[in-house]
Design a protein. Structure first.
Length: 235
């Protein structure tokens, strides 16, 4: 089949950091550090493939249930990721954004992210969105609440509510829906990630653990995507 699909936005569930560490007899945080490096390393290939948006599931609402030690380690790693990659994001033209319950993040993380997002906001090569303290159901609940408030304030009428209306109330309404969703480590579920936005995305599952995911693995997923015929519910 000819390459007729466009690939504008890739979403990734970066799964398998803990199992990668277990296999090597390392603490789980070392797996997360290797996972952060894997994300850094695929960004140049994302840009090379002319993919304009990449959204990664970095920390879910459910992840707050992990041990305080692991959560603290993950939040520290988030700050390290921003510090270590801000210059390269600027050089590569990467814009950094977040989605999720931003106010639930520790103050030092919010300050670090706000600074990085402000510094990179004009970058055009690619937008990297970190889903942090994110849950797909919570995003939809928040959208419904905001719609209810606007109905109450007579800013909109119920007769005006369509799918496009709801989409406008999501966390990042200006970012297009993902064309391709990748999940690593062999799990085959979406785990409360972008429930609204993934409605017509193509799904690619790989046994590769996230820290081992690289440009070659990314290209396998992209090749799979271009072999698909996207019908969006039609024939």
């Amino acid at each position: 089949m000819a390459k007729t699909n466009s690939l504008n936005h890739v979403a990734i569930i970066m799964d398998g950091n803990g199992r990668w560490a277990d296999k090597k007899g390392l603490p789980k945080l070392e797996g997360h550090k290797a996972g952060a490096k894997a994300l850094k390393d695929i960004i140049p290939e994302i840009i090379n493939l002319n993919i304009n948006y990449i959204t990664v599931y970095a920390f879910s609402t459910e992840n707050w249930k992990r041990s305080p030690k692991e959560v603290y380690g993950l939040m520290s790693l988030l700050n390290e990721f921003v510090d270590e990659n801000l210059d390269s994001m600027q050089e590569q033209g990467v814009r950094l954004r977040t989605i999720g319950e931003f106010n639930k993040l520790p103050p030092n993380n919010r300050a670090k992210l706000n600074k990085a997002m402000s510094l990179t906001k004009e970058n055009k090569a690619c937008t990297l969105t970190l889903a942090l303290s994110y849950g797909g159901r919570k995003e939809i609940v928040d959208a419904v609440k905001n719609i209810a408030e606007d109905l109450k304030g007579a800013k909109i009428k119920s007769s005006q509510i369509t799918e496009k209306t709801i989409a406008k109330y999501l966390y990042a309404p200006d970012i297009p829906d993902p064309d391709l969703m990748i999940r690593t480590s062999g799990e085959k579920r979406i785990s409360n990630f972008l429930l609204w936005q993934l409605s017509y995305s193509e799904f690619y599952f790989t046994e590769t653990l996230w820290p081992d995911f690289n440009a070659e693995e990314l290209n396998k997923a992209v090749d799979y995507y271009y072999k698909r015929e996207r019908r969006f519910g039609g024939r």
